[in-house]
Design a protein. Structure first.
Length: 94
């Protein structure tokens, strides 16, 4: 099981939590949430151990919150501590 927070809630945590942007690199390079690390969704889901450990909580966002919801479901089922960021980057930039 995982929980979700809004992008506004995440704004107050920037610099204090691990944030992963699962969008493609070209989207990340055109704008992102400060301190976030870019790991495109296919890389993250194919081999999460390369990017995450199970003792740390990660806040996951995408463009609108759809892909991050699916990614969080899969990652949580594998034992990772993840938090879905609803609204995604689109909400952040607005």
């Amino acid at each position: 099981m995982y929980k979700s927070i809004s992008i506004d809630e995440l704004k107050g945590l920037i610099g204090r939590v691990n944030i992963i942007d699962i969008r493609d690199s070209y989207l990340f390079n055109n704008g992102n949430v400060p301190t976030s690390k870019n790991v495109p969704v296919n890389f993250l889901l194919f081999n999460p151990d390369n990017y995450m450990n199970k003792d740390t909580t990660y806040y996951i966002y995408c463009m609108y919150g759809i892909q991050s919801t699916k990614a969080c479901q899969q990652l949580a089922s594998k034992g990772y501590n993840v938090v879905n960021v609803t609204g995604g980057y689109n909400s952040y930039k607005n």
